[in-house]
Write a protein that binds this ligand. Sequence first.
Ligand code: AGP
Length: 609
Amino acid sequence: MCGIVGYIGNENACDIIIDGLKKLEYRGYDSAGIALYKEGKIQVRKYKGRIANLEEHLKNEVFDSHVGIGHTRWATHGAPSDENAHPHTNGDSTIAIVHNGIIENFVKLREWLETEHQVTFRSETDSEVIAHLIGLYYEGDLLEAVYKATEKMEGAYAIGAIAAAEPDRIVAVRKDSPLVVGLGEDCNFIASDIPALLKHVRKIYLIENNETVLLTKDQVKIFDQNRKEVKREVFHVTWDADAAEKEGYDHFMLKEIHEQPKGIYETLTRRLDESGKIALDGISLSKEDLDRIDKVYIVACGTAYHAGLVGKYAIEKFAHIPVEVDIASEFRYRDPFVNDRTLFIAVSQSGETLDTLAALREAKKKGARILSVVNVVGSSVARESDDVFYTWAGPEIAVASTKAYTTQLVCMYLIALYMAQLKGVIAQEEYRRILEELKAVPDKLREFLKKEKSIEELAKKQYKRESAFFIGRGADVGISYEGSLKLKEVSYINSFAIAAGELKHGTIALIEQDTLVVALATQDQLYDKMLSNIQEVKARGAYVIGIAKASNREIEKQANDVIYIPDCADEVAPLLAVVPLQLLAYYIAKLRGCDIDKPKNLAKSVTVE
Ligand code: AGP
């Protein structure tokens, strides 16, 4: 997510804004910039790279400005670069803006501004459109110009804007992306997030959707979408800075588990056109290209590999193309059978995992078409791919991957449906049914997350375990692997996942009195088989936690505990089934006093062999 900070007051705006941006670094970013009013002009300094790089460039300049806006960018449109960094300005730099969010109709607006108003764009971003729109409507009143500009815009945005002709004010507006206002003595602030302001203020206005804010150094006015001034309760922040970065959650992992409905929504809906059909930006795979593909490899590591296991089911079921899923560290050394009829899909949250990058290069060398599913825009895996399909999970801070994983699953489904549609092998009814099921997941997940405390209660019964087994069938096998990895990673409990049907071929020898077995039974057509597997391990004394759809109550007769997920189609059940396992791992680890966000021996991105 991008970070926004704005200041207007009597102090040095540059220092205050830079310091505030540093408090937002935890959100992840790839470039940083600042716009300051000075002697009738707006000065902009913005660079790819860390805030320290921006400071390096600023150190030889003295900015005794008292009003400004700053930004840390998490790229969504346009790779990290100086030009794509914020703030953005209109043509004559009399307006500067910073933006967090995605302007969904920016392509149309950009074309309109270029053709109807001869605007020249300097970046590839959607955000730059905002600066030109405000500049177009500006007639001496920044608030009015922002109103008019936002009337043209669709999508999500938190915007801060300043005008050279009005150095005594900042205007901000919020729609879907977070925005807060800090209330100081003879000074006021805007920010994307409370941590940026905690050093200076504890009194905050939480800005609501479709509200516009006018700040001077001694006054803040909030207006609703009818331009009517609204009164707002002051929110008194009691958190410390560290807690504020987690927005009140105890750990980034828990915060990111709760961010999944939003991540799934954003990754999904922004790839559906007005008619609801899949429109994959950045994917140039044509029907001719696809007709030449006779095999798909999905190659990744860890959690990303587990996403590939679900992707296999989706692509084979919908697109009827054989898929092989492989871990990158093996793929790259076994001289894989790859040629120019192979589609190689690399999945990677960081886009910097060396094993995955090396496997991608190996496949490329052999002539494969490279498509990557990546969360970090402009990362190495993204840059070396023919096509990139970004997950829009936002920066994932916890080492244990959660929201990146579920958004990777969404990408797998979209790629599978997109290919099926291109090949003409899916009935329109089936295509729409699955899309409707996917669109229903965010709300179902929000509903499910309200049951979080019941899973914490389950964890209290299990956290002293020394081992655990995860079993499942069909698409639940991949979820079993992922649930097992989550538990291992954050609680250090020795956990093992296996296809349920494989238990009897040896592993069941390990099941004894009170062995914990987590049984996933979300696939309707394999439900009865799973009930048999539960009986099989119960007969040997296992303690079973079942995961099943809400309407499948039979499992209660077999399992010791059951976690129900909302009813849904088998195909999309993995998106819901993994969340109870994430929460179970989290609460068990918390009860064991583990370092959840930074587990021992682990790194967020494994850039070594
Ligand atoms: C997942 O929780 C782990 N942090 C780890 O397995 C991770 O998924 C793996 O290292 C791959 O990372 P990537 O997605 O950034 O390539």
